[in-house]
Design a protein around this ligand. Structure first.
Ligand SMILES: *Cc1c(COP(=O)(O)O)cnc(C)c1O
Length: 370
């Protein structure tokens, strides 16, 4: 096999490594923020029937514009947010990663810049690199919150074409106030993407940026069925925005990008929304259980509105990560000095994590207050 240096690779991709949460064998896999609960039996039965039905037409291309699915997604967003979201405001693709890639293909690209407030979702800069979009790190406070005024000032200075704000943020769990979203929108002439992959896990009183869409044609709210819906294997992400944004994305999307099977499975899952989201409260309970258990171990966490907790502070976070793995618990080393991220699992998984962490914290001597 040749090495990458022997290929005429684009210079900005040289020396990069692919995105990768290590997929290591472990008894408790709490590293990729999936919903731990199996899909409800009624949904599995309906999926079998729906996919069988869709298979009868697999000789035909799918609905290129996924109209029925977008109608169902619009109904879900409207019902849960109280905002009237219309199907023509919704766009779907294979995971929100593909949605974001299409956004960058349309609004980023060569000679254009994106800015996001790091630490945040590591795929944002990676998708920028893939689309030739320059990346600028936006600043956060030491407690990982965003200072609205400073952020808006940075946006006015950098003048990015695309601004990302992740709320609740991955890997910190930090929700972003709507006033901050408004300030960023007013500060940019580009598109503002609010990545709400974890919105369903937010604590009461953390509103969605969907309520800001009216009158803001450059605002995009992205969502996914990978987290709260427990359908990471389905690959279905979507956004809500002004219909003009959807028209723009149709200029760059590949024709028939969403297979008939994906559309059928996603619609079937959405018909079972209440059963699927019934596990969200259980996951939030385990998240809050983790947060509550940490101080007794000499550890702390960042306030979380997501289905995971960023915890520390370790003198050597990677050693703590390895020590947890040695005890059968796989968490995520997100590369933030002192911190690790754990996904809230089932009650049993969370219990196993806390037991292992108690032992590790005794050995690793957490460095409080750093
Ligand atoms: C997990 C995650 C996504 C989801 O990506 P999919 O492609 O929909 O699976 C998007 N944004 C953030 C911040 C995430 O953590």
């Amino acid at each position: 096999m040749a090495s990458l240096d022997q290929l005429p690779l684009r210079p900005e991709l040289q020396g990069r490594t692919p995105y990768g949460a290590p997929q290591l064998p472990a008894t408790y896999r709490l590293n990729t923020n999936e919903n731990p609960y199996p899909l409800p039996a009624e949904l599995l039965a309906d999926l079998g029937a729906a996919l069988g039905h869709a298979a009868l037409e697999l000789n035909r291309y799918p609905d290129r514009d996924a109209v029925a699915l977008r109608t169902d997604l619009a109904r879900y967003l409207s019902r849960t947010s109280g905002e009237a979201i219309r199907p023509e405001q919704v766009w779907a693709a294979n995971g929100s990663n593909e949605v974001l890639q299409q956004v960058l293909q349309a609004f980023g690209g060569a000679d254009r810049t994106a800015l996001g407030f790091t630490p945040s979702y590591s795929m944002h800069p990676i998708i920028c690199a893939g689309t030739g979009t320059a990346w600028v790190d936006g600043h956060r406070r030491a407690d990982f919150t965003i200072d609205a005024e400073a952020a808006a000032a940075q946006v006015r200075e950098v003048r990015p074409d695309v601004v990302f704000v992740t709320s609740p943020n991955n890997p910190t769990g930090t929700a972003v106030a709507l006033e901050t979203v408004e300030a960023l929108y007013d500060a940019t002439g580009g598109v503002l993407v609010v990545d709400e992959a974890y919105e369903e896990f937010a604590r009461a009183g953390t509103p969605s940026a969907l309520s800001l869409l009216a009158g803001r044609p450059r605002l995009i709210v992205s969502r996914t069925m990978s987290k709260a819906f427990g359908m990471a294997g389905l690959r279905l992400g979507y956004l809500a925005a002004d219909p003009a944004v959807v028209d723009a994305l149709q200029l760059v999307r590949l024709p028939y990008h969403l297979s008939s099977l994906t559309q059928a499975a996603a619609r079937t899952a959405l018909a079972h929304t209440d059963a699927l989201l019934a596990t969200v409260d259980a996951v939030k309970t385990q998240r809050d259980r983790i947060v509550a258990a940490l101080p007794a171990m000499g550890l702390s966490s960042v306030p979380s509105d997501a289905n995971f907790v960023l915890f520390g502070h370790f003198a050597d976070a990677h050693a703590a990560w390895q020590a947890l793995l040695d005890r059968g618990v796989l968490v995520r080393d997100v590369g933030l000095p002192g911190w690790l991220r754990v996904t809230a699992g089932t009650e049993e998984e969370t219990g196993a994590f806390l037991t292992a962490l108690g032992e590790v914290a005794r050995d690793q001597r957490p460095t409080l207050g750093e």
